[in-house]
Design a protein around this ligand. Structure first.
Ligand code: GCW
Length: 685
């Protein structure tokens, strides 16, 4: 159906006939789902919808074993279905955990059974089986227990009550419009289905920059918030709210927001009680404090532990958590000041507080020390906090990676970050083991990311940006999945299983990050963008600003000296080998060279090229490869559904021409600065 991409990866394209289709038809004609629970019933509807759409048959609901002798059976272990009881042994039940599921094909009992402790686990299991079928996997020998690796798998919306979305590139909010709740039940339900199918279990529905009216989401607007929570709950998703640290002062109730003030503490305790009265399974608060002009504890001479613990104390009786962001830095820097280094800020602020946070506080740390640039090192805070719950924050929204007009599949970037070895506890201490809680044994841990959706028909503006949303969820569920596997799943679920489509789309996705980086951000330099909206090339856009985001290019060289001896000393925030590797010009990897070092344009990289020649080459190659993306997509005309084909073609065309603009502005700028000719003798202006 030509729905413009609305059904996304739950469009359940019909499957080709053949051996596997016969296998599916044989098993999937009958279904048993005994639990009355809303979530299990939602799983049943999803199953029936998927089976009908993929296989063209009805999955008939039966009470006992079907006359054919084969059925799919799902439910909770305690839900009373005897088949589930007999298919799974005690050991399985014991290890499944609160959100996992077990799935097993039992030839003797004639069923494929999915069992879980929680209804959400059942739902995840059903989505799993639908995904296997949608990817033409065998289902006759299933026998697995699947458990999400990360506890918190969260999406942060930057939606404002007026309907705008901060850094939103896919239309406006579908939660709010013009300071009202849209109450668009259908859209919100479909959103919850999509999120749950990707494994998401927590969503914060409002921007971390909490403005005046949104401050009242935890009071006046609770009934509307609660009705969104009702929809999320069915899909195993907890609702979170971003709160204003100065909330108590907002309506003049209390004349301070000092976290140690008793009146303030009481205000938050009462407010939390009110929130839980309306939403008994409310997740908790997300807080951006003392960051980019937001209020926070610094005003009162308190630290971030004081602030976070005060909120944590209020939520504790109800089992709620505080997610406190570490995006704290001086945004009023003087560009003349070469000592202050924004990259240092999160570590400098939070490392000294390690161990001071209550058990229901989680620090949310951006993946890099700056701000979601296409290339940054991993934040050195990972590895530095041994006694603090923490989650990593990614940005699915493509603020700095093409704003959903350029294709940029981010899963490889996230993988690289998660695999980064911090050396925090011996030789193998990757970020993924910090954020899954296993390295330090944290009570809470996981992954959060800024959403890329809006009310555009296809959710993400660029259809291929759906792969980032899907991929984020899958990776948060299981960081061991590869970027290739995730891409291939998404492609089959979205476009069907045609191998030609799969190979073309997969190549486009997997090459896209490297291509985007090559024409926008050489050797770890970021921020060569237009101020405010952050789109398009502008080499000096942030060079003389207050934001701490400089490249220091002059006629001789470029880069930020963050070394210990001559620079800001940022490299010393890393542990052991990492610190040494980045600090030394000899061992610093090329892709981060200019993040850590200021070098002449004639400096020779490990690749053998000079810095200036690298800049020219990557920009020319990048623009060329961007044009090739369009060419390869065009090969799918007539194969991919027309409505989807057209959308992507239009975006890729725009990208190809915008990439040339990047190429020419960046090459020209550095040619004029350096006066050094391109050895390739290409046209530079
Ligand atoms: O990436 C920057 C954005 C801001 C954003 C901020 C943050 C929500 O440019 O728009 O504010 O980060 O993460 O708080």
């Amino acid at each position: 159906i030509a729905d413009g991409g609305y059904a996304a990866w739950l469009s359940y394209p019909s499957l080709p006939s053949g051996r596997l289709q016969d296998q599916y038809v044989k098993w999937c004609g009958a279904v048993q789902a005994t639990d009355e629970d809303d979530t299990v019933q939602a799983a049943l509807r999803e199953w029936q919808r998927g089976i009908e759409s993929m296989l063209g048959i009805q999955a008939v609901k039966v009470r006992e074993q079907a006359p054919t002798g084969l059925s799919v059976v799902f439910g909770t272990f305690q839900g009373g279905n005897p088949l589930i009881g007999s298919v799974f042994g005690e050991e399985t039940v014991r290890i499944v955990g609160p959100e996992g599921f077990a799935i097993r094909t039992s030839q003797e009992q004639g069923c494929i059974a999915i069992g879980a402790v929680s209804p959400a686990g059942v739902l995840y299991g059903v989505f799993h089986l639908l995904r296997l079928i949608g990817n033409l996997e065998e289902i006759e020998g299933l026998d697995e227990v699947i458990i999400p690796v990360n506890g918190l798998r969260m999406i942060n919306h930057w939606d404002n009550f007026d309907g705008s979305v901060e850094r939103g590139y896919a239309g406006r909010s579908f939660f709010y419009d013009n300071n009202h709740f849209t109450n668009d039940v259908e859209r919100i339900r479909d959103y919850a289905r999509l999120m749950s199918s990707a494994g998401i279990n927590a969503i914060a529905i409002n921007n971390v920059n909490v403005h005046a009216l949104e401050t009242l989401f935890i009071s006046k607007y609770l009934p509307e918030v609660a009705s969104i929570a009702d929809q999320f709950r069915v899909y195993g998703i907890k609702l979170f709210l971003s709160v204003n640290f100065a909330g108590p002062m907002h309506e003049g109730e209390v004349c301070t927001a000092d976290p140690l003030d008793l009146g303030v503490r009481k205000w938050w305790q009462d407010t939390a009680a009110g929130v839980y009265a309306a939403i008994p399974d409310f997740g908790g608060f997300v807080v951006k404090a003392d960051s980019e002009n937001r209020p926070g504890p610094f005003t009162y001479g308190r630290d971030h532990a004081d602030g976070a613990n005060m909120l944590a104390e209020a939520l504790e009786p109800f089992g709620g958590i505080v997610i406190w962001r570490c995006f704290v830095y001086n945004c009023k820097q003087d560009w003349r000041d070469r000592k202050t280094d924004r990259a240092r800020a999160a570590y400098d602020h939070f490392k000294p507080l390690d161990g001071k946070f209550k058990d229901n506080v989680i620090l949310q740390i951006k993946n890099g020390p700056m701000d979601f640039q296409v290339r940054e090192p991993v934040s050195p805070l990972f590895g530095a906090l041994e006694r603090t719950n923490q989650v990593i924050e990614f940005q699915i929204a493509q603020e700095y990676t093409g704003q959903q007009r350029h294709v940029c599949y981010l899963v490889p970037q996230w993988k690289e970050v998660l695999e980064f070895n911090t050396y925090a506890q011996g030789a193998a201490s990757p970020v993924k083991h910090i954020v899954d809680g296993s390295l330090w044994g944290n009570r809470h841990s996981g992954i959060a990311a800024v959403s890329n959706v809006g009310n555009d028909r296809n959710w993400t503006g660029h259809l291929l940006a759906q792969a980032n949303l899907y991929g984020y969820g899958r990776l948060a569920w299981n960081p061991e999945l590869t970027a290739e596997e995730i891409a291939s799943e998404w492609i089959s679920l979205t476009f069907g299983t045609d191998p030609d489509v799969s190979s073309v789309v997969s190549r486009i996705l997997l090459d896209s990050l490297e291509i985007y980086e090559s024409y926008t951000a050489p050797l770890g330099v970021g921020w060569m963008i237009n101020p405010e909206h952050h789109y398009g090339p502008n080499v000096d856009g942030y060079e003389y600003s207050q934001w701490g985001t400089y490249h220091y290019a002059d006629h001789q060289g470029i880069g930020v000296d963050r070394t210990v001896k001559t620079g800001t000393g940022y490299s010393a925030q890393y542990i052991g080998l990492n610190s040494e590797r980045y600090d030394s010009l000899e061992t610093c990897p090329d892709e981060l060279l200019l993040f850590f070092h200021h070098v002449p344009y004639t400096h020779v990289l490990h690749s053998g090229k000079t810095v200036i020649q690298h800049i020219y080459d990557t920009h020319f190659e990048g623009a060329e490869r961007a044009a090739e993306l369009l060419a390869s997509w065009s090969s799918l005309k007539g194969t991919v559904r027309e409505d989807l084909y057209m959308q992507v073609e239009e975006r890729l065309r725009g990208q190809a021409s915008h990439a040339k603009e990047w190429r020419d502005q960046i090459s020209t700028y550095f040619y004029r600065k350096s006066g050094i000719e391109d050895t390739g003798k290409r046209t530079i202006y």
